[in-house]
Design a protein around this ligand. Sequence first.
Ligand code: NAD
Ligand code: ZN
Ligand code: ZN
Length: 344
Amino acid sequence: MRAVQYVQVGQAPVVNDVPVPEPGPGQVLLKVTAAGVCHSDVAVMSWPADAFPFRLPLTLGHEAAGVVEAVGENVSAVAVGESVVVYGPWGCGACRECSRGMENYCARAEELGIHPPGLGAPGALAEYVLIDDQRHLVPIGDLDPVRTVPLTDAGLTPYHAIKRAQHNLYPGATAVVIGVGGLGHVAVQLLRAMTGATVVALDVREESLKLAEQIGAHHALRSDTQAPGAVRDLTGGAGANAVFDFVGAQATVELAAKAAAKDSSVNIVGIGGGALPVGFGAVPYGTAVETTYWGGRSELIELIDLARQGAVGVHVERYGIEQGPEVYERMEEGRIQGRAVVVP
Ligand code: NAD
Ligand code: ZN
Ligand code: ZN
């Protein structure tokens, strides 16, 4: 089968021929119907050789949708032919966090060498992908896999972040979304569907600001040094009650802190390497600063149900598998709108 692989640190990914895997006991083989492409892979592929944590070559792609092709022994929850998406942040399945469905915060994944598909285990940018356990599969019925697959990360990550901030997002409150790309453009829609807050979207690209307005942002503004003042003007001087930074660069985390109100939350979701000093006087009183990673299993099920109600429409660009390497190039150059999805 064809697979988009990162082969050597520092080199662009390539499309290779690799064997189709066979499901062992408890495992499920999916014929990939759609695989979303995330900016995190660009960060992963920028890591130096001496700090690179995964075995190479690595088949990329951690947003997966597919049809069950074959099942291993002791698999009974899914049947051949069923259309599913994959919960990506695999954990041990048994620790306290995993028992709550929060495998993204598994206490033992590192110790046991458990990795998500595309981030250590072979990923979904291929014709077939092997899933370690049936519990990672969420049936999607007749939902379009191409428009649904980004929900497994570009949707689930903001959904988890927004749920944690929901107590701050009462009607009349203001939420700021920094970076209206794959994750951010779903975040804007989720904020509209899940809260009564006014949504202010910030980006450096005109097209992203246009997209933000189309999908329901109340305000779409340039992300620059004037932005915190603009957010204060829109909120009678108070600032935003929740800020979600889907870039995470030094400039944007500082913007986030400056735009935040007292008793608010700042969530740094983007892995752009920025950091905020937290201490008395360094952030507004009562403000929680946090980073979150992906989301929980039950949250993905909730989000798929929300999508079935029509609450989120993911803006997708479709590509073939041979275009996988080109998608990463376009992403680095900021030439993707919404989410790029590879359809093998
Ligand atoms: P993307 O490339 O689709 O979108 C990034 C957006 O940010 C683009 O619209 C771009 O124009 C905008 N942007 C760039 N610089 C900006 C600035 N200074 N101010 C405002 N906007 C700016 O990326 P994505 O796939 O949506 O990922 C977003 C970030 O989230 C990445 O850093 C990614 O690695 C990270 N991520 C984190 C998690 C997690 O679990 N924490 C999960 C997935 C992705
Ligand atoms: Zn991702
Ligand atoms: Zn666990």
